[in-house]
Every structure is written in C-alpha cells, then in structure tokens.
Design a protein around this ligand. Structure first.
Ligand SMILES: *Cc1c(COP(=O)(O)O)cnc(C)c1O
Length: 474
C-alpha cells in the first residue's frame, strides 16, 4: 500500500528530525533558482510519481531548504517548536476532513474544539457558558473578528448600512508598539487606516494610559466616535504588556470595547508566577490568543474569545436556504465567525492539552521564561545591555560598542545570520532605538543553546568570517 510506505518514511522522519535538528544550521543556504531547477527537473512533466518517493523528496526539501522555526536556536518571531501531537493531529484532520462549519457535519470535531476552547476561556476568566469562542487561522483573523464584533455591538446600523451610515468617523486605539494587523483590519472594515490612533508608550514600552485618555477626549471633542481599544499583552517587538486593568477602567467610563491582543502573551496565564502580569484581561470584551505561538502547536491555530455572543450574531449571523438547521444546544461555527468551510484547527490544541496535560503546558511556559531570565543574566555579565523590561522570555539588547558607533545592530545581525548557527532579528523600538531581538520560542531551548548564542555574539563582534562553524555539520 503506497500510503503505508509513505507513512513509514514519515514516521522515521518524525522521530529523527527533532533529535538531530541541533546539528543543523538554523537557516538554509539556497537560491530561488536552485529550488526551481529541482522542481522543474523532477516534477516539470506533471506525471504521477510514487507517493513514497514523493514523500522522501518533500522531506529532503523541507529539511534542507527551510528556516527551521522549530530549532532550539531559532530565537525568532513567536513561531514555536511543536509537540508530537500536532503532527498526528494535522494528519488526522486530513484523513477524516471533517467540515466544521456546521455541528451536524462534525459532532466529534466540534465538541473536541469546544472542550479545548472552554479550558482557555476559563484561564482568561470568562464563563464558557455565557461567552463565545472559536478557532481562527491566526491572531490576525481573531483581531479582525474583534473589530467586526465591536462595530456591530457599538453601532446598531453598522451591520446593515455600513460605516457610511454612522455619521462620524469611528476611531480605534492601540499602543505605538501594537501589532500592525490593526492597520490592515481598519482598511478592510471600511474605517480606514487613519482611524487607528497609536498611543505613545512609557519607558517600559507599555501604553501610556493618560495619553490614551487625552486622545479619546480630543477625538470626542472633534465629533469623532471612539469605539475600540487594544491592550496588547506581549508586544511583538519587545514583549511589553500594556496595563490592561487601567485600560479596562478607561474603556468602561467611556463606553468603549476593550480587546486584549494576547496572541503570544496569553500563554503566560498558565503560569501562576506570570498570571498577575495580565491582570485585568478578564475584563476585556474580547481576547486573541494564538495556540501556534506559545502553546507549541503547529500553525495556524488562533483562538478568539468574546464576552458578547449577541455581537457575534449581529456581525456574522446569516440565513441560508442550503445549510441544514442547527442541532438544538449546539452552535454552527459559520454563524458566529468569518470562516465558512472550516478545517479541524482545534484538534492539535485538544491533543496538545491531552498529550502533555495542562501541567505539561505550564512547565513549557515556565521553562521558556526561565531560559529568558538566564539569557538576560548571561548578556549582562558579558557586557551587553538589555533594553526592554518584561518578565516574558523576549530579550532586546545592544552593546556599548554599538552605541559608540563601532558596529550597527543590522551588521551584527547580518553576521549572525551568515553563520546560520542561531537566528535572531533586528528590532526598532518606540523612539527608533534599535536592538537585537531574541525570543525563546521553543520548549526545547536549553542552557547549551544560550551558551552557543553567547559564543556566536562574541564571534560576530570579532568579525568572524561567515563560514559555518566546525561544530555544526551542514
Ligand atoms: C503574531 C501576532 C499577531 C498576528 O497573529 P497571526 O497568528 O500571525 O495572524 C497579532 N498580534 C500579536 C500581538 C502577535 O504577536
């Protein structure tokens, strides 16, 4: 059976790849031409091939020609190492291909998703019985859903007549460090990107709440209609957490919808020591939380939570002559979300919970947090300067020699990238300050990986040639 052979190869790779990944470069050395030539030579005739050979070839391409986000030395952009259950779950989702638009089509799948979402809703402090929740393609879709639900909730004419009927410009507020998905969202919901007010941050890169209040007053005085505030719990650049509780108070007194964008930082709710950092999140009207970031689940697995099911109904509810009526006591996902056909995204989240348990997920979060603290200590004792303040495992740093102009952050990062033993990025923080950004994104990152990062930083400073280090086989 071709599938048996293919899955045999796949099973071997699933076992071997995570065990050998430390010996590989983090980033590929490949040109577009090299890949295109291979595809053309091997597949250009568009003929049928053996599934087993095809699987082997695809695995080789992925191993050799991928920036490995699951690498323990990928100190990158919130893309995690994944638990084994994600691999099995994505295959099972394809095998049964359930359609989750309507409960009637996918009873088991819908209830497994609901089970998982209820767990995370309770961690936020929501009552699953009175709130809405769904899996999304990612944080962007979850943020988009939040803005649509808020518009429908705050402006009764919006769902039918659109923004033109509002008579005044709706305005939404984020911090200057917030995720840029809100700019795209503002364009697509029809309020325009100029409706996004970026509020200045304090020296810990958290939204300055007095500036927020000032901006709301100015907009109100000018006849505009503030309706939505984003509190970011774990900014993409520096892991800053806005003062959610204070922002919630401002929203309450002004009648504004509070959305907590906890795409990455939401997972801090699992760790008792970090929970207080997100205090006030239970007061948010809606929350974004990506399982494919710090819950170590494969992409994409966003989660959207909303305390106002009626707003979801106003934004997404629809009557169709072709979908069978809902089963009493259940919700058809296409009636409360943007998606229609819907893949079984929640299976990998359900299975991660069941594979390692809530304690296993908590341990990952605490381990990564401890690795972040360790990295800060190593950097400080080697003369580097950490420039962000967050308890979350995201470290932004520079060096006095950079500040003196001997070498730019961009050049430093370029040299690290050329050696391909670690992956870090350059970040520009509020005020234009540049730094190296290193996030602990893998639950497999260990002390030895941090030591190697420190060695690589020294080598980059010394202007080491961009040859691959002898310790690491290519
Ligand atoms: C990653 C991220 C997003 C976007 O989520 P995707 O899953 O990439 O669509 C939004 N907000 C924050 C704070 C993020 O970190």
């Amino acid at each position: 059976m071709p599938i048996r052979d293919a899955i045999h190869h796949l099973a071997e790779e699933c076992e071997r790849f995570p065990l050998t990944i430390r010996d590989r470069p983090v980033r590929p050395r490949v040109t577009p031409e090299e890949i295109r030539t291979h595809l053309g030579e091997r597949y250009g005739a568009l003929e049928a091939t053996s599934l087993a050979d095809l699987t082997t070839d695809v695995m080789r391409m992925m191993r050799e020609w991928t920036l490995h986000t699951t690498h323990p030395r990928y100190f990158g952009l919130f893309n995690p190492g994944v638990h084994d259950s994600s691999i099995v779950a994505d295959a099972l989702a394809a095998l049964y291909n359930p359609q989750l638009a309507a409960w009637r089509h996918a009873p088991a799948a819908s209830e497994m998703e609901r089970f998982a979402l209820d767990v995370f809703a309770r961690l936020i402090g929501y009552d699953p019985a009175t709130s809405g929740a769904s899996f999304t393609s990612g944080g962007s879709e979850a943020n988009h859903s939040a803005v649509l639900a808020a518009l429908a909730h705050q402006f009764s004419d919006y769902p039918e007549l659109g923004v033109r009927a509002l008579g005044a410009q709706p305005v939404l507020y984020t911090s200057a460090e917030a995720h840029h998905s809100f700019v795209k969202i503002a364009r697509s919901v029809g309020i325009g990107s100029r409706a996004v007010r970026e509020i200045a941050v304090d020296d810990a890169l958290r939204m300055d709440v007095s500036r927020l209040e000032e901006a709301i007053r100015k907009d109100q005085a000018a006849g505009r209609q503030p309706f939505f505030v984003v509190a970011t719990a774990g900014t993409t650049g520096a892991g800053a957490v806005d003062p959610i509780d204070e922002i919630a108070t401002v929203c309450k007194s002004n009648g504004l919808w509070l959305h907590a964008d906890a795409a990455w930082g939401g997972s801090a709710l699992l760790a008792p020591s970090l929970r207080p950092v997100l205090a006030g999140i239970e007061r948010a009207d809606s929350v974004t939380w990506d399982a494919h970031k710090w819950l170590s689940v494969s992409m994409g697995a966003g989660m959207f939570f909303c305390r106002h099911p009626a707003a979801l109904d106003r934004a997404f509810g629809i009557a169709t002559p072709y979908v069978p009526p809902p089963v009493p006591g259940t919700i058809d996902a296409y009636q409360v979300t943007m998606q229609w056909s819907r893949r079984f995204t929640g299976l990998k989240v359900f299975m991660a919970l069941a594979e390692v348990g809530i304690e296993g997920l908590r341990r990952d979060v605490e381990h990564q947090t401890a690795m972040g603290e360790r990295l800060r200590a190593l950097l400080s004792s080697a003369g580097w300067v950490v420039v962000n303040r967050t308890p979350l495992p995201l470290v932004c740093f520079t060096h006095p020699r950079v500040e003196r102009g001997e070498l730019s952050i961009a050049e430093l990062v370029r040299r690290l990238d050329a050696r391909a033993q670690v992956w870090v990025s350059e970040v520009a923080l509020a005020g234009g300050r540049r730094a190296v950004r290193a996030c602990i994104t893998s639950f497999r990152t260990a002390e030895e990986d941090l030591q190697l990062l420190m060695d690589e930083l020294e080598l980059a400073f010394a202007g080491a040639p961009s040859s691959v280090d002898a310790r690491v086989k290519t």
